[in-house]
Write a protein that binds this ligand. Structure first.
Ligand code: C2E
Ligand code: MG
Ligand code: MG
Ligand code: MG
Length: 280
């Protein structure tokens, strides 16, 4: 790490890096088995239309029920999954599971336009069969393609390799919706917005967190909403936690929201119980 020894690669690994590497390797090995051992599960967070106060859909969020560590959040293993390419089989499972779950909830509620948002990594787009994987998950679940929303980050989108763009276009032609996750946090120019097949901007939670105390964040949130409206894109706010934020967004005609104010992400069974059980 230090400059003085940078010429000598042998000394490059500090004690600290060695231990971290060991931990990473252990996590990696455990993650290899996690899928087969059914330790992965999906949590779901409602997305609400505040004008009608109805849940219009859910975002699927990956969790790992680790035998020793307990419930592990994706921030602690998605990077490893991406680096090892494990994200490909895991991501395929997520797609199948999320589509199946959506089908059950559509049937229970009778609302067949209910949506499911699924996060995708760049690594998944580098697979040449992503289109087949996604369309197969939809067909096996017999949901309509418009109900599946794929959330991609700006950084994935601007990587914009020929295959990424082609796959996005094909998926969209099939009817699937594409959302830009964490919008405003990437390092891209805005030029891609009218060139690329995109349906929705998802305002990153960092811009909402302190709109009440940091005016520059309020300005950015405002610009994103205006941008979406002017480009005819949908806009949804994530990380909505307070009444004041709901008010702020509504005043600006952003009425699709997701966040702890409405509900934390919850296990599928719990969501069924809360929103779709008959004996309510
Ligand atoms: P994301 O897609 O931007 O998801 C939003 C994150 O914000 C989630 O964290 C969610 O639990 C959290 N969140 C929701 N409402 C609030 C709120 O009101 N306040 C705050 N402070 N946080 C809120 P989570 O579940 O830990 O997921 C983290 C990230 O991991 C996701 O960010 C997504 O990038 C990634 N991820 C999750 N599931 C998958 C997956 O199946 N595949 C891939 N490739 N990535 C995933
Ligand atoms: Mg997301
Ligand atoms: Mg996000
Ligand atoms: Mg994120």
């Amino acid at each position: 790490k230090s400059k003085e020894i940078s010429g000598n690669s042998y000394h490059f690994f500090s004690e600290d890096m060695n231990t971290r590497t060991l931990e990473t390797v252990q996590l990696e090995n455990a993650l290899y088995k996690a899928l087969d051992r059914n330790q992965l599960l999906l949590f779901y967070q409602p997305q609400v239309d505040v004008t009608t106060n109805k849940v219009i859909g859910f975002e699927a969020l990956l969790r790992w029920q680790h035998p020793e560590k307990g419930l592990v959040n994706p921030d602690q293993f998605i990077t490893i999954a991406e680096e090892t390419a494990l994200i490909v089989p895991i991501g395929n499972w997520v797609l199948q599971e999320a589509c199946q779950q959506l089908k059950r909830w559509q049937q229970l509620s009778g609302n067949h336009s209910m949506t499911m948002a699924v996060n995708l990594s760049a690594r998944q787009f580098e697979q040449n069969n992503l289109y087949e994987t996604v369309t197969q998950a939809i067909e096996e679940a017999t949901i309509s393609p418009e109900c599946l929303h794929l959330e991609l980050t700006e950084n994935l989108i601007i990587k914009n390799t020929k295959t990424t763009l082609q796959t996005m276009k094909k998926l969209r032609a099939f009817g699937i919706k594409i959302a830009v996750d964490d919008f405003g946090t990437g390092y891209s120019s805005l030029g891609y917005l009218n060139r690329l097949p995109i349906d929705t901007l998802k305002i990153d939670k960092s811009f909402l967190h302190d709109i009440m105390i940091d005016n520059s964040h309020a300005v950015i949130a405002n610009i994103i909403i205006t941008l979406a409206h002017n480009l005819n894109l949908s806009v949804i706010a994530e990380g909505v936690e307070t009444k004041e934020q709901v008010q702020f967004l509504l005043e600006r005609n952003c009425y699709l929201m997701q966040g702890y104010y409405f509900s934390k992400p919850k296990a599928g069974a719990e969501i069924t119980e809360i929103y779709f059980s008959i004996q309510r």
